[in-house]
Design a protein around this ligand. Structure first.
Ligand code: FMN
Length: 259
């Protein structure tokens, strides 16, 4: 395995940090690598906010589904999908007036523009994660940043055509990780040839084997589930944070797409 693949192979989410701050050089290296990520049309449809205020970190530790470790991250980056900067640039360059003169219909950013900007922001975030890993700096994504959209909008002064794509905690591991890497499903379930493939219940059961348990084997869980997949469904898919996530993203989409 070459050193790049080795870094990717050994990465794992890190949630307990050595409190030593990242040096300026480390921060610069991570941000520089992130900004070298591929970007749609070279437009860089994202903004990265360095979250430095401790009070903001502590607020996020609550608003992102009560995860106290967020407040302990020595370096915290918020990756926004961002069409606002380009809409401001288009306005400054007189684009809409010129389009009107030419009979080209003008339009606000729509759903497709949001998805493209989300792609840009997430590719950038993952590039930062791998760059950090190569420097011995661990990381952890916080998906819950898409919850409580109104609160996060106010907290970061987010204009209309921006949306949090990912929050990522960075820091050196407090101690060298010893637990095994989190397993992945076998490749045959994830990589399909030419066409999408759906799986039978028996195949899906086999898919879950790396989790160490037959999916449908009866067992009692504290959340009253009767098998491991039911436990996941109740703990994740139907949980309060999932309900809030869907409410929050729904509101954001309404705001983004309202004419
Ligand atoms: C989109 C996304 C959102 C995530 N959100 C959280 C989170 O809110 N809290 C957390 O502790 N880990 C979060 N994670 C980390 C995953 O739990 C982790 O990647 C997964 O369990 C696999 O473990 P590994 O990264 O160590 O391989 C998130 C990861 C991704 C990609």
């Amino acid at each position: 395995m070459n050193p790049t693949l080795q870094v990717i192979e050994n990465r794992r989410s890190i949630r307990v940090y050595d409190p030593t701050p990242l040096s300026e050089e480390e921060q610069t290296a991570i941000l520089h690598a992130a900004m070298r990520a591929p970007t749609a049309g070279a437009m860089m449809l994202y903004t990265i906010i360095e979250v430095t205020e401790q009070s903001t970190k502590e607020r996020l530790a609550v608003t992102c589904d009560h995860q106290p470790f967020i407040a302990t991250a020595p370096y915290l980056l918020l990756f926004l999908a961002d069409y606002q900067r380009w809409m401001d640039l288009y306005a400054a360059a007189g684009c809409e007036q010129r389009a009107a003169e030419l009979g080209i219909p003008v339009r606000p950013p729509a759903e497709g523009d949001l998805v493209l900007a989300l792609m840009d922001a997430l590719i950038t975030a993952q590039t930062a994660v791998i760059a950090a890993e190569s420097l011995g700096i661990g990381s952890c994504y916080i998906g819950d940043i898409v919850e409580n959209w109104e609160t996060h909008q106010a907290l970061f002064d987010l204009p209309r055509y921006t949306f949090p794509a990912a929050l990522v905690c960075f820091g050196r591991p407090a101690k060298p990780p010893t637990n095994p890497l989190v397993p992945r499903f076998e490749r045959k379930f994830i990589v399909h040839k030419d066409r999408y493939q759906r799986f039978s219940p028996a195949e899906l059961d086999e898919m879950c084997l790396p989790w160490g348990q037959r999916s449908f084997e009866p067992r009692n869980y504290p959340n009253r589930a009767k098998n491991t997949i039911q436990a996941n469904y109740i703990r994740k898919f139907t949980a309060d944070f999932s309900v809030e996530m869907n409410r929050s993203v729904g509101e954001m989409l309404k705001n983004w797409t309202i004419k």
